[in-house]
Write a protein that binds this ligand. Structure first.
Ligand code: BES
Ligand code: MN
Ligand code: ZN
Length: 482
């Protein structure tokens, strides 16, 4: 899909040859002297179209206009959440018409948030998963043109929105692929493909190197499966060499059966989504390759399957992590933290300015926050506030959760330095407390995306979150530097 931004010229807009000309009408709309706005004014006067939110007027093959459908959608007070909902409705309605081109038109100045929301609503609605279907039709939509009064902030917001959307699409695609079509080796290939983009390099480690590094916790999870593990390292260098990078770590469990502590059969298929953290890192790098901000970013993805076999790690086994800390694996289903802890230790070599891990880590986080906000855990107020704000701005929100040391009590054990699980209460927090032990002294945040990374039920599928949040965060860092 191609997105294009153009300056608004009301007189010429009326001549746009397009499948859908969608005009957003603000509540304080004042007609100018051109035909289109005169005509909009008339529809309001005649009571056919109200300025109130969600009001929609649709005309098929309007006389004298080259567009196939003209739609007026009232912006009301122009709240992002409303636009998302209303545009979603419009897009559902257009599905059967299979438009190839949609033209969005903002009559008055548009804010970055509104622009971003409108574009992602169009993209969300038109994404179709086709990879493992023989007859599925890809989306008909090829072009989205946006007309708006332009200034530099609108141009920047547009570029950022488009890059984030492409990143979200990539993350959705890899998230949705079944585990036998998204193996650790295939994820590594996807990462290597990203190294074709400017300023991006990629290095992939296999089992031998991982063992040599002493990543005993990661190795313990991987060894139950015949599918070989991969440790992916992506580098984006947009700043000068000496700039400390942000390190993003994505959980890349390509299938989580639970291992010996096996999960119940119902909905186990959804554990193919357990690499959505990894997919979000791929998505962010794709966006970085487009936007080329002046910052440095490292992406780390420990990736393997978690399966039961005679070689699997067993409940009660004690493994030695790369940090030297020993871990008693009381539950093999708490595998995410085991692969992440070694990646956190590995991150030290980059002397990072901040480390953010992204993981579908706990069912408890789904219970706590549902599918609206991702869980945000951090040892650093500034980092936490920046991520919270980025999430709100990108409509990809998260919410700060506590990290009191008292929550770590349950991780104590007589047989190792730390256990990999505590009791059921506060499960998302105790998981974060486990990770915090490996986070070192630099600013660290953990995003638990178990509730937000995919949708269950009829509309089952990856959401591409939190690519939007992370791109917004990284772009603010780049802006602050400029
Ligand atoms: N990948 C799961 C977390 C998960 C479960 C995400 C359900 C989304 C929906 C993770 O590896 C896991 O199994 N966590 C356990 C931890 C428990 C054993 C302490 C969980 O949440 O049940
Ligand atoms: Mn698990
Ligand atoms: Zn898992």
């Amino acid at each position: 899909m191609k997105f294009q931004l153009q300056p608004l010229k009301l007189r010429t807009l009326i001549g746009e040859k397009t499948d859908v000309l969608l005009v957003f009408v603000p509540s304080d709309f004042k007609p100018a002297a051109d035909t289109l706005s005169g005509w909009i004014d008339k529809t309001v006067q005649d009571g056919d179209f109200q300025g109130k939110l969600g009001s929609l007027l649709e005309i098929y093959r309007p006389h004298g206009l080259p567009c196939t459908r003209l739609m007026l959608l009232s912006l009301g007070q122009a709240l992002a959440a409303d636009i998302k909902e209303n545009l979603g409705t419009v897009m559902t309605r257009l599905k059967a018409c299979k438009p190839e081109q949609i033209t969005l038109c903002f009559l008055t100045s548009v804010t970055p948030v509104i622009l971003r929301t409108a574009l992602s609503a169009v993209s969300d609605a038109s994404y179709v998963y086709t990879t493992t279907k023989t007859k599925a039709q890809a989306s008909s939509l090829k072009r989205v043109d946006v007309f708006a009064p332009l200034d530099q902030s609108v141009r920047d917001a547009f570029d950022q929105a488009v890059a984030a959307i492409k990143g979200v699409e990539l993350a959705r695609e890899w998230g949705n692929r079944p585990a036998n079509h998204a193996t650790p080796a295939q994820l590594a290939q996807a990462a290597k493909a990203l190294a074709k983009l400017p300023k991006i390099r990629c290095k992939v480690l296999g089992s031998k190197e991982v063992v040599a590094l002493g990543m005993g916790a990661f190795e313990a999870v991987a060894k139950g499966s015949d599918e070989p593990l991969r440790f992916i390292e992506l580098r984006y260098q947009g700043g000068v060499k000496s700039d400390a990078p942000v390190v993003l770590i994505g959980k890349g469990i390509t299938f989580d059966s639970g291992g010996i502590s096996i999960k119940p059969a119902a909905e186990m298929d959804e554990m193919k989504f357990d690499m959505c953290g990894a997919a979000s890192v791929l998505g962010v790098f794709h966006a970085l390759g487009q936007l080329r901000p002046k910052i440095n970013v490292i992406g780390l993805i420990p990736s393997c399957e978690n399966l039961p076999s005679s070689r699997s790690v067993k409940p009660g086994d004690v493994v030695t992590s790369m940090s030297g800390q020993t871990i008693e694996v009381l539950n093999t289903d708490a595998e995410g933290r085991l692969i992440l802890c070694d990646a956190l230790t590995y991150a030290a070599r980059f002397n990072p300015r901040a480390v953010v891990d992204i993981a579908t880590l706990t069912g408890a986080c789904v219970i706590a926050l549902g599918d609206v906000r991702s869980g945000l855990f951090s040892n650093d107020e500034t980092l936490s506030a920046a991520l919270k704000q980025a999430g709100d701005a990108a409509l990809d929100p998260c919410w700060p959760m506590p990290l009191d040391d008292d929550y770590a009590q349950g991780l104590k054990t007589s047989f190792a330095d730390v256990a990999n699980v505590a009791g059921r209460p506060g499960g998302a927090i105790t998981a974060a407390k486990f990770l915090q032990r490996f986070a070192g002294q630099w600013p660290w945040a953990h995003l638990d995306i178990a509730g937000t990374a995919w949708k269950s039920g009829k509309a089952k599928g990856a959401t591409g979150r939190p690519v939007g949040l992370l791109v917004a965060y990284l772009m603010t860092l780049a802006d602050a530097r400029a």
